[in-house]
Design a binder for this molecule. Structure first.
Ligand SMILES: [Zn+2]
Length: 468
């Protein structure tokens, strides 16, 4: 139910310089940083050669994945011998020797490249995974590619993707021990001359503040307040929505509407919610986190919101339950993101009209977050978090560069195949103009595609001036 929708509105103004080729290159020159010339080796709890399960044939790998993939909500792979499997394995075999050259320690004993599996799925995606059914630290030595990953992709694009996925395999990003050794380093970027992620240390003070913000955001969704400007809020897109808020509202609606004295109002709630949702979804780009509402859409949404709220009030009887107790009812316990403070805050709503409570509570939470953000001394626009995705990007850039290819191939792959032409050319133009693209939300371990490209672009140029 889209009852928080009216609070969502602000668009992220991408500087709209037209095509790609013409505008002047205003990127600041990269600073020399020789520390980047040697790859960062992180200690692994066990050598990779002991952590992987190997497959004597594609057939054997397919059989393994057939059982494993459904347990991780993936479709089983296509039978061995698929043409795309041969194509993927050729790309992996081409890049793998370079990979071993750049990362000799991590690839010690891994003489054969990983196998490739193909999943019939139009989504542009590929993944490496672990098999926790057996033991916590066993990983299948293969990479899975969706059929959609190949659509329209150039050979270099695909090499970039392969470099990224091999990076995940190499670092065993799915191992809790490995992950904990580096995940979520928070920093406030400085003059953007340094290369983010590659050698930064975690700033404890920043980490504490960022974790607070993160915690509060987890309770209210991706919240944006005008002071922070470009941090978006969008609780409804399945890819971006908060862990439970929406679900609980839907749960309460479905549970209590049979008691309603006005079933037609309940139907209207559903119809109107869907209409609002559709209007917003049309204007929302989940990869770039941009919601660009034109005046017509804004007016169309506004005209639906008040009737929607009115219908909601008519539909739902007064529920003598707090939002927290509904969460408990639905999940059996409070999610970790809801703490004692919040339960106390909610107790004053006990016995109130449920709809009024949700609306009020929502505003209360937004206000609390705005206050926290206002009093924080962090320049939030510059807050960055480093996780495995940037790590795999950086690995891919090193390997592709050594291989004589564009080090930015993986982010070019994403821009070519995962973004609209319009947002890709806006991204290229924005980078050439020397401005820093929108980073994304702290809670998402994938920064925006354009930010990833900017980061790799800067990384590649720094390598060029530093490591001849
Ligand atoms: Zn990845």
């Amino acid at each position: 139910m889209a009852i928080t929708a009216p609070m969502l509105m602000f668009a992220i103004g991408c500087s709209a310089s037209n095509d790609g080729g013409e505008s002047a290159d205003l990127r600041p020159p990269p600073a020399v940083n020789q520390a980047l010339c040697e790859p960062l080796h992180r200690p692994l709890p066990t050598p990779n050669a002991n952590a992987y399960r190997f497959f004597a044939s594609d057939q054997e790998a397919v059989e393994h994945a057939k059982v494993l993939f459904p347990t991780i909500s993936k479709k089983p792979p296509l039978p061995a011998g698929h043409a795309l499997q041969a194509q993927a394995e050729a790309l992996i075999s081409e890049l793998y020797p370079t990979f071993r050259k750049v990362y000799p320690t991590e690839t010690q004993g891994l003489d054969k490249p990983p196998r490739a599996l193909i999943i019939e799925d139009d989504e542009v995606n590929a993944f490496a995974t672990k098999d926790s059914r057996v033991q916590p630290e066993v990983y299948p030595w293969y990479v899975a590619f969706n059929t959609g990953a190949f659509n329209g992709a150039t050979r270099d694009d695909l090499l970039g993707l392969v470099g990224h996925e091999l990076g995940h395999l190499l670092l065993r990003n799915y191992s809790a021990a490995v992950k904990n050794s580096y995940q979520r380093h928070y920093i406030v970027s400085g003059d953007e001359q340094g290369v983010f992620g590659a050698y930064q240390t975690d700033d404890k003070k920043v980490a504490k503040r960022a974790a607070e913000l993160d915690h509060l955001r987890a309770r209210v969704g991706m919240v944006g307040v005008p002071e922070v400007g470009r941090i978006p809020q969008w609780p409804f897109h399945p890819k971006n929505r908060p862990p439970f808020y929406d679900d609980v509202v839907t749960y309460a609606f479905n549970k209590y509407k049979p008691q309603s004295a006005d079933p037609s109002a309940c139907t209207e709630v559903q119809t109107k919610s869907l209409e609002v949702k559709q209007l917003l979804l049309q204007r929302w780009n989940p990869d770039e986190y941009t919601l660009s509402l034109d005046d017509g859409t804004k007016a169309a949404i506004a005209s639906k919101i008040e009737p929607l709220r009115e219908a909601l009030r008519k539909c739902l009887p007064v529920i003598k339950r707090t939002f927290t107790s509904l969460i408990q009812e639905k999940y059996g316990k409070l999610p970790g993101a809801l703490d004692a403070d919040e339960s106390a805050a909610e107790s004053k709503y006990a016995g109130k009209d449920f709809v009024a409570e949700i609306l009020e509570l929502n505003e209360l939470k937004h206000k609390a977050l705005a206050e926290l953000e206002a009093k924080t001394d962090l320049p939030l626009e510059s807050l960055r978090v480093y996780e495995e995705e940037e790590d795999a990007d950086v690995i891919s850039a090193r390997v592709l560069r050594e291989h004589g290819k564009d080090p930015r191939s993986v982010s070019l792959y994403l821009l070519h195949n995962h973004s609209s032409d319009e947002s890709a050319s806006q991204c290229f133009a924005q980078i050439r103009e020397g401005s820093v693209p929108f980073f994304g939300a702290l809670r998402d371990n994938h920064p925006t595609t354009c930010w990833r490209h900017w980061n790799l672009d800067r990384f590649a140029r720094t390598l060029d001036v530093s490591c001849k």
